[in-house]
Design a protein around this ligand. Structure first.
Ligand code: NAD
Ligand code: UD1
Length: 336
C-alpha cells in the first residue's frame, strides 16, 4: 500500500520512511525542504536499496496535494510536516498557525477530496503542559504554554471534530515524548540548523568539539539530581510506533490517541554521563538558570499504546547515545 509521508525528509520522517518500507509499505514523501536537505533522499535509497519516491511541494497547496494523493493511489497518510521550534513560535506565532494548522486543514481537505480517510498525526507531549503528576496518561488535562504547543492542541481538536462529523475517518493521534538518537546505520539522523535547541544534539556537538560546553538549565528541580527529567525515546522506536498506529487503523478501524514514550525518565546529568560512555569523549557542562517554560519532569505512561497497538519502545538510553554519536561523528556537518 502506498502511504503519503508528509515531512518525510525531516528527522522523524526519514526514520519513519525506513520503518514503513521495512513493514512492506511504499512511502511517498511530500516535503518542501524548508527544514531538511535533499541529501537525505540518497541516504534513504542507500539503506533500502530501492528508489525513493518523493514529491517536492507544500502541504498548504491543497489542489497539488490532492493531485499527488490521486496520482500515487494513496491508502493512508502519516502527517509530520510542520514547524517545531518552541522559541521561534513565540517570536513568530503566525508562521506557526499558518504552517501547522493551515497545513493540517489543507491536507485534510485534499484527503477528503481524494477519498482518503486514514491519517496518523504527529502530536506531542507538549499538549500536557505542566502535568500535575507523572507518569502522564492520555486522559490527563491538556493545556499549552506557547504557540507551537497551541497548534498541536488545535489540530488534535480539529481531528476530533472531523471524526465526530464523519465517523468513517480513521485517525491516530500520536503524542511523542522526547525523540533522540539516529538510525543504526549512521547514515541518517537529526540535523539541526544553527545552535541546537534540544539536549541530545547539543551534547553531541560538545562531544565532537564543536561547542565548548553544555549549559544545564536548572539544577534545583524537585528531581533526584536536581536537573530536568524527560522520557527520551529512540527515534527508531518512535518510527515503529507510526507503523503500529497505521496498522491498527487499517486493520481494526478505530481512531485512537496514544503516548509514544518509554515510561522511563532520565535526568539531564544521566544523559550527559551516558553520552560520555557511548562516545568515549568528555562532555563539559556548566549549571545555568532554569530555561523559561521548562518543567521539572515529564514521562509517559505508555501502557495504552502497548494495549492498542501492541507496540512498546525497546532501545535503551545507551543505544540512543551510541546511535546519536555514530551519526554525529560520521557526519559532523550533517547532510551538508
Ligand atoms: P523536522 O523539521 O526535522 O521535519 C519536518 C519536515 O516537514 C521538514 O522536512 C520540513 O521541510 C517539512 N515541512 C515543514 N513545513 C512543510 C510544509 N508546509 N509542506 C511540506 N513540508 C513541510 O521535524 P521533526 O523533528 O522530524 O518533527 C516532525 C513532526 O513531529 C513535527 O510536526 C513536530 O512538531 C512533531 N514533533 C516533533 C518532536 C521532536 O522532538 N522532534 C516532538 C513532538 C512532536
Ligand atoms: C522541547 C520543547 C517541546 C518539544 C521538544 C521536542 C520546550 C519548552 N519544549 O522539549 O515542546 O516537543 O523539545 O522538540 O522547548 N536542556 C539543557 N541544556 C540544553 C538543552 C536542554 O539543560 O542546552 C535540558 C532542558 O532544560 C530539559 C531537557 O534538557 O530539562 C530536555 O530539553 P529539550 O531537549 O529541549 O526538550 P524539552 O524541553 O523536553
Amino acid at each position: 500500500m502506498n502511504i503519503l509521508l508528509t515531512g518525510g525528509a525531516g528527522y522523524i520522517g526519514s526514520h519513519t520512511y525506513l520503518a514503513l518500507a521495512e513493514a512492506g509499505y511504499t512511502p511517498v514523501i511530500v516535503d518542501n525542504f524548508s527544514n531538511s536537505h535533499r541529501g537525505v533522499l540518497q541516504r534513504l535509497q542507500a539503506i533500502t536499496e530501492r528508489p525513493v519516491l518523493c514529491e517536492e511541494g507544500d502541504v498548504l497547496d491543497t489542489a497539488w496535494v490532492e493531485g499527488v494523493l490521486r496520482k500515487r493511489r494513496i491508502g493512508g497518510v502519516v502527517h509530520l510536516a510542520g514547524d517545531k521550534a518552541v522559541g521561534e513560535s513565540v517570536a513568530k506565532p503566525l508562521k506557526y498557525y499558518r504552517n501547522n494548522i493551515g497545513g493540517a486543514v489543507s491536507l485534510l481537505e485534499a484527503m477528503q477530496a481524494a477519498g482518503c480517510e486514514v491519517m496518523v498525526f504527529s502530536s506531542s507531549a507538549t499538549v500536557y503542559g505542566d502535568p500535575a503528576s507523572v507518569p502522564i496518561a492520555e486522559h490527563f488535562p491538556r493545556s499549552h504554554t506557547n504557540p507551537y504547543g497551541h497548534t498541536k492542541l488545535v489540530i488534535e481538536d480539529m481531528l476530533a471534530a472531523l471524526n465526530t462529523a464523519q465517523p468513517s475517518w480513521k485517525i491516530a493521534v500520536l503524542r511523542y515524548f522526547n525523540p533522540v538518537g539516529a538510525h543504526a546505520s549512521g547514515l541518517i539522523g537529526e540535523d539541526p540548523s544553527g545552535i541546537p535547541n534540544n539536549l541530545m544534539p547539543f551534547i553531541a556537538q560538545v562531544a565532537l568539539g564543536k561547542r565548548a560546553h553544555l549549559q544545564v538549565f536548572g539544577n534545583d528541580y524537585a528531581t533526584p539530581d536536581g536537573t530536568g527529567v524527560r522520557d527520551f525515546i529512540h527515534v527508531s522506536d518512535l518510527a515503529e510506533g507510526h507503523v503500529a498506529g497505521l496498522k491498527a487503523l487499517l486493520e481494526r478501524g478505530e481512531s485512537l490517541t496514544v503516548n509514544l514514550g518509554t515510561g522511563r525518565g532520565h535526568s539531564v546529568l544521566e544523559v550527559v554521563k551516558a553520552f560520555e560512555a557511548a562516545s568515549g569523549r568528555p562532555v563539559a557542562y556548566q549549571f545555568a538558570p532554569r530555561r523559561p517554560g521548562d518543567i521539572a519532569q515529564c514521562y509517559a505512561d505508555p501502557s495504552l499504546a502497548e494495549q492498542l497497538l501492541g507496540w512498546r519502545a525497546s532501545r535503551p538510553l545507551d543505544q540512543m547515545c551510541a546511535d546519536s554519536w555514530r551519526w554525529q561523528s560520521k557526519n559532523p556537518d550533517g547532510y551538508r
